[in-house]
Design a protein around this ligand. Sequence first.
Ligand code: CU
Length: 159
Amino acid sequence: MRLSKEFIVAIVLTGAALMATAAHAHDYKAGALVIAHPWTPKPPAGAKVAAGFLKITNEGKEDDRLVAISAEVAGKIQIHGMKIENGIMKMFELAGGLAIPAGQTVELKSKSNHVMFMGLKTLPAEGQSFTAVLTFEKAGEVPVEFAVEPMGGDDHGEM
Ligand SMILES: [Cu+2]
C-alpha cells in the first residue's frame, strides 16, 4: 500500500493541530458545563490572598450554580463579587454561590466576579498549576487545574 504525499502531509498537519490544542486548551467538560482556562495571577511574595479566574459555559437547558471551591493551597476559598461603595470598588462574598444560567457563559475575571483564595499557603511557581475542586449544584464536583500565570497589565492589584 502506498500513501500519497498529500495524505501524509494531511496526517502530519492534523497531528500537529491536535497537539497544539492539547497544550493550550486547558478546558474541562462536566455534564452540560464547559470550564475554560482556570488561572491565578501570581500574587506578590508573601501575599495571603490570590484571585482565581475562569470561564464557565452552560450548554444545557437547566441553570446550574457554582457553590463551592476547595484546594490544598488555601485555608479558605470564597466566590466574590465586586461593587462600588462610596466610589471605591469593593469585593464581597457571593452568598449562595454564582449562578450559571442555561445557555450562557459566565466569566470570572479581574474587577468582576472571581474566586478568592484566602489564607494562602505556598503557590507553585509561574508556569505551573495546582488542583482545585469546583462544586456545582447539578454538575457536581469537578477537579480542575489552576495555572499560575504572570499578573500582566490587567491585574488584580487592588486586592
Ligand atoms: Cu476577592
